[in-house]
Design a protein around this ligand. Structure first.
Ligand SMILES: NC(=O)c1ccc[n+]([C@@H]2O[C@H](COP(=O)([O-])OP(=O)(O)OC[C@H]3O[C@@H](n4cnc5c(N)ncnc54)[C@H](O)[C@@H]3O)[C@@H](O)[C@H]2O)c1
Length: 269
């Protein structure tokens, strides 16, 4: 924000789905809640874990913003309907959806169970259908809106280890957004995707610790070295990209992706 100008998300209501953090610290969803609140938005902090939703809402309030914590599973249509109803009772409108909830399980075609595969597609992909169906009619009636989906470099590249169900789901996230963008362009509903690279969130730190046990620090340093910029990204750097795409500054941007990866995917090896 520059002096004398309105914050870029003033008056907007943003629903962040997957607003919490799966371990203590700053996740992409939580950093996005606070970043967009600082830019003037009211935040609906939705998470399947009640404490995670409450924690994100608390951080927004600490930053001087307004937030409603809501517990809902993004893959459950009835719970999402109830969450949208609660958001409308509190704020009267929803201008932006950040579809941030994501889960995965390491493994290739012969490792992953069908149950795990299905659950990953439901949480990462079917959730987009559920939320879009609920919110697009509302946004259309309000005269427009923005949907920002969160994919991953795993959705466009092999990242060096098998993560098949997650990778396929994150590829689908990108194409869902492209297709929905075409469908809703005339309704002034923009749909774009942020593609984070290697981001230093508590979930990643936890996974790295689990995979490499005592040598978590060395594994984290190895992730830093993979990136042309020499470091993992912060959740705040992803949040800034989300906030831009959510805002009217991105008014002519729809059906595309914004890579936030420190140069990672442009690299040869
Ligand atoms: N951290 C990275 O390096 C990285 C890289 C690329 C993409 N991403 C993507 O960014 C997003 C956030 O990642 P993060 O590392 O901050 O993750 P995180 O696990 O810390 O946060 C995700 C939040 O989503 C919630 N959630 C999970 N399943 C849910 C469901 N069914 N319904 C509602 N909420 C649910 C979790 O409780 C958690 O609070 C994910 O979509 C992830 O795939 C992360």
């Amino acid at each position: 924000m520059t002096a004398g100008h309105e914050p870029r998300l003033a008056g907007k209501v943003v629903l962040v789905a997957g607003a919490g953090s799966s371990a203590a610290g700053w996740s992409i969803g939580k950093a996005s809640c606070v970043t967009m609140a600082r830019q003037g938005a009211a935040i609906v902090a939705l998470d399947s874990q009640r404490e995670a939703a409450e924690d994100a809402a608390h951080e927004v309030e600490k930053a001087g913003g307004s937030a409603l914590p809501v517990q809902a599973d993004v893959a459950d249509p009835a719970a999402m309907q109830a969450a949208v109803d609660a958001a409308l009772r509190r704020y009267g409108r929803i201008d932006v959806l950040q579809a941030n909830a994501g889960i995965g399980k390491v493994g290739g075609p012969e490792d992953i169970s069908l149950e795990d595969w299905d659950r990953i597609q439901q949480v990462n992909v079917s959730s987009l259908l559920i939320a879009t169906r609920l919110l697009a009619p509302l946004m259309r009636e309000q005269g427009g809106g923005a949907i920002v989906t969160v994919s991953s470099v795993a959705g466009i590249r092999y990242t060096g280890y098998p993560h098949l169900a997650y990778s396929v789901s994150k590829a689908a996230v990108i194409h869902f957004a492209r297709m929905a963008a075409q469908q809703y362009a005339a309704d002034r509903i923009r749909v774009n995707t942020v593609i984070p690279g290697l981001i230093d969130t508590p979930r990643v730190a936890k996974n790295v610790a689990r995979m490499f046990d005592a040598d978590a620090r060395a594994a984290s340093a190895a992730r830093d070295r993979q990136v042309p910029m020499g470091r993992m990204g912060t959740p705040w750097e992803v949040a800034n990209a989300v906030a831009f795409l959510a805002s009217d500054e991105a008014s002519y941007i729809t059906g595309t992706e914004l890579l936030v990866d420190g140069g990672l995917t442009g690299k040869y090896a």
